[in-house]
Design a protein around this ligand. Structure first.
Ligand code: SAH
Length: 276
């Protein structure tokens, strides 16, 4: 049997219209779609053929729901070896905080052909829909895409440097560690003119943007952030108030369903895989 092919594609940050045309074309042709949690349901409904199989393989580690990477790898290889066109759909862009290396490695070692399709990353989506141009002239000449999902990622010297740089800082997967992140930057004397934007569910109808001084941050008031949340820090954040074009809406509502419901479906599929 001819080998199939795997398309690793970004789905963008939320708004289904931010999907690339190339990804949409492949979704229409796909036999199997393996999708993450942070992918709009509307994309799944609108572009995927009714005959295709959709498998939820999301990870939401902090909530204790997670599809083991080995299972995802297994499904990719199994379906491609069965001659299927498989789309592996990931939230945002596939090259940022997306575990793509594991999947590329397994495709390579099994001789499975693949393509990689970029997506609009959350930082770009949030920057546009919250009107915070990340390298606005005169305010910043560079941007750093970072994560602080566990505390040993950033050491003391790097905090010092992050507090001093004029680069715009964008933190992914850092909502839970936000109090510590703010503590580290303020202790290292970050310039009070640099503001922080906490952007929840960017580009979705539930987008919520809050702009505050890091020195006014109150952990008690900011402990109910809805996933996914992104944090942007820098002088460019001052532009939000002036240029914002999307109002905060649907406070507290979830655009992306938590994994709990979806994971059940996926568990059944995994059992099938193990048995077969
Ligand atoms: N590959 C993705 C990132 C995956 S890591 C990308 O390129 O965007 C998941 C993190 O991305 C979340 O914890 C959050 O910090 C961020 N994120 C993804 N979608 C988001 C959205 N719509 N709004 C805010 N943050 C988002």
């Amino acid at each position: 049997m001819n080998k199939g092919k795997v398309i690793i594609a970004g789905a963008g940050p939320g708004d289904p219209d931010l999907l690339t045309i190339r990804a949409a074309k492949y979704l229409q042709q796909a036999d199997v779609v393996l999708t993450d949690r942070l992918v709009s349901d509307e994309i799944l409904k609108k572009y995927i053929s009714v005959n295709a199989e959709i498998i939820f393989v999301g990870k939401q580690c902090r909530r204790g729901h997670s599809t083991p990477q080995e299972f995802i790898n297994h499904l990719l290889v199994m379906h491609a070896n069965n001659g299927k066109l498989v789309v592996r759909l990931k939230g945002g862009d596939v090259s940022l905080f997306a575990n793509i290396l594991d999947e590329l490695t397994v495709l390579e070692s099994n001789g499975i052909p693949f393509e990689i399709i970029p997506g609009v990353t959350a930082a770009s989506g949030a920057a546009a829909y919250a009107a915070i141009p990340l390298t606005a002239r005169g305010l910043s000449t560079a941007v750093r895409l970072l994560t602080y999902y566990k505390s040993d990622i950033v050491d003391d010297n790097y905090w010092k440097e992050l507090a001093q740089t004029n680069d715009t800082l964008v933190f992914y997967m850092s909502a839970e560690t936000l109090p510590d992140l703010v503590y580290q930057l303020t202790c290292n004397g970050i310039d009070p003119e640099k503001l922080m934007a906490i952007v929840q569910q960017a580009t979705t109808p539930c987008q919520h943007v809050q702009v505050i001084s890091l020195y006014d941050f109150d952990a008690n008031k900011n402990n109910k952030l809805v996933s996914p949340t992104l944090v942007i820090i820098g002088k460019v954040v001052n532009l939000h108030q002036r240029f914002k074009w999307v109002e905060n809406n649907n406070a507290g509502k979830y655009y992306f369903a938590p994994l709990t419901g979806k994971i059940k479906k996926q568990a059944v599929i995994l059992e099938d895989v193990i048995v077969s």
